[in-house]
Each structure stands twice: as C-alpha cells, then as structure tokens.
Write a protein that binds this ligand. Structure first.
Ligand code: FPP
Length: 254
C-alpha cells in the first residue's frame, strides 16, 4: 500500500475497523448516483448536486491512489443521460471538463493514467479535447488507472465490438475460421487490456446496473449503499472495501 491505513483513515468513525483492511480489489467500478436527490433535499439546483459529486469523486480517486488500488472506473455520463434537460447536460459536461482539466496536473504528478470509456464522437468539442489531453499527458504513467465513463453504454459498447469484429471478418474472412474467445472479445471493448471489476459500488440505494460495464461485471461483487453520492466519503469507501473482503468469491466454482 502506498500510505499507511492510519494516514488514509485518520478520523475513522467508531465501529469501523480500518486496521482489518487486508484484501483490496484490483479494480473498483462506481455508479455515482444520487446527486439530484442530494440537491433536492438541500433545496439547491441539481447542478449543485453534481458539483458536490465531483468533490466525492476527487476524494475517492485520492484514496484509491493512496491505497494502491490498480483500477478505478467511474460512471460519469451514460448514453441515456442525453435525455436530461439541455441545461443539466451542459452543466455536467462543464463540470467534467473542469474536473479533468483542474486535476490533470495532480493526477499526472501522482502517476495516474487516465482513460475515457465511451463514444467520444458525440461529446462537445471542449469535453472531448479535455479527455484526449488527459489521456495523452498520462499515457505512460503506471500508477492508478482511472477510467471516466462518459457517453458510455454497456449495450452500445458490445454492439460496437460486434460490428467491429464483423467488419474485420469481412476484410479478412480467414478470421471466421478462428474461434473468437472471451479474451478476444474483451479486447474489442473500451476496457481492453484491463482486468474486470472485482467490486461494483452503487450509491443511493438503487439495485440496478444501469447499462454500466455489462460484459465486464459478470463476476463482480456488488455493493449498494443508501448514501447519496455527494455524501460518499473515504469512510463510506472503506465500508465498501471491508464488505468486499468479507465476500466468498467462487467465480462459478465451488
Ligand atoms: C447521477 O446522479 C449522476 C450523474 C448522472 C452525473 C455524475 C456526474 C458528475 C459527478 C460530474 C462529472 C464527474 C466527473 C468525474 C467527470 P443523478 O443525477 O442521477 O441523481 P438522482 O438519481 O438523485 O437524480
């Protein structure tokens, strides 16, 4: 681990035993849900909820790096989120650009490698440029792998992979003779080269996958908390990690 647990969790609430954290997931995926409800409960505009959500995101990235977690993937904007009001969509895009640009220097100096999962073609120019710059700047880093899922949909990702494979086969029919393996198919996804998530966290008490990493979460442990995303801090993260290490993972075996 990069820092001591005592340093990472200095004000641990009673009953939460950070010292017993021993087994870490290699890849954590997060559905950051509840920003809107948080804002409503506080009587502030929805965008304030998203902006508070960015603060939770930053904290979780920091802790992942401190703990030495290998991969962190966050669901920032789905292919379905375009259905929201223009004002909210533009607000989220602005926040995403700000979050990526403002954090880039720190991420880079902490050896974080950034990747965007999703279809860049529909993104506003500034959003796309910010993610491309972050990917380019950090491409040789070897610390935490941080994936932002933006304009991401699991079904869309699978469909794209199938189309890409069909195209490859039409160019090179000899490929049809080869048996496409699960590994081969995984290589066609946005997440190529990455291990599947060991732990999927969803906040705000919803028991749904919402089209996130459909192929990749086949054997992920799922952790749902009622906590709304803007209230999700390092101690909530610790709760999820402790819960994860108590799971008996069998991957379909005995
Ligand atoms: C879910 O809450 C949150 C989103 C759809 C957007 C999350 C985006 C951010 C936190 C900003 C960008 C962040 C990064 C890291 C680039 P919701 O609005 O669905 O909440 P509700 O279900 O309570 O309405």
């Amino acid at each position: 681990m990069a820092s001591s647990l005592e340093e990472i969790f200095p004000n641990c609430p009673d009953g939460l035993d950070y010292k017993s954290l021993e087994i870490l997931p290699e890849h954590v995926a997060v559905i950051m849900d509840g920003n809107g409800r948080w804002a409503k409960a506080k009587g502030v505009p929805r965008i304030k909820g998203h902006s508070a959500g960015v603060s939770s995101f930053k904290e979780i990235v920091r802790v992942a790096g401190e703990l030495g977690i290998g991969y962190l993937s966050v669901y920032a904007f789905s292919t379905e989120n375009w259905k929201r009001s223009k004002e909210e969509v533009e607000g989220i895009m602005r926040l995403a650009v700000k979050a990526v640009k403002n954090e880039l220097e720190e991420l880079h100096s902490n050896n974080v490698k950034v990747r965007m999962l999703g279809d860049k073609s529909r993104l506003p120019k500034a959003t796309r440029a910010a993610f491309e710059e972050a990917e380019e700047t950090t491409k040789n880093n070897s610390g935490l792998h941080l994936q932002y899922a933006v304009n991401y949909g699991g079904r869309d990702e699978i469909l794209r992979a199938v189309k890409e494979y069909a195209n490859k086969c039409s160019v090179n029919p000899a490929l049809l003779e080869e048996d496409l393996s699960e590994e081969g198919f995984s290589d066609l996804l946005y997440t190529h080269g990455m291990p599947d998530p060991d732990l999927l966290i969803r906040t705000s008490g919803e028991f749904r996958i919402s089209n996130f990493l459909l192929w990749q979460i086949a054997y992920s442990e799922i952790y749902v908390t009622d906590t709304l995303w803007p209230d999700f801090d390092r101690y909530e993260y610790l709760r999820a990690l402790l819960d994860f290490q108590s799971r008996d993972r069998r991957f379909g075996g005995r």
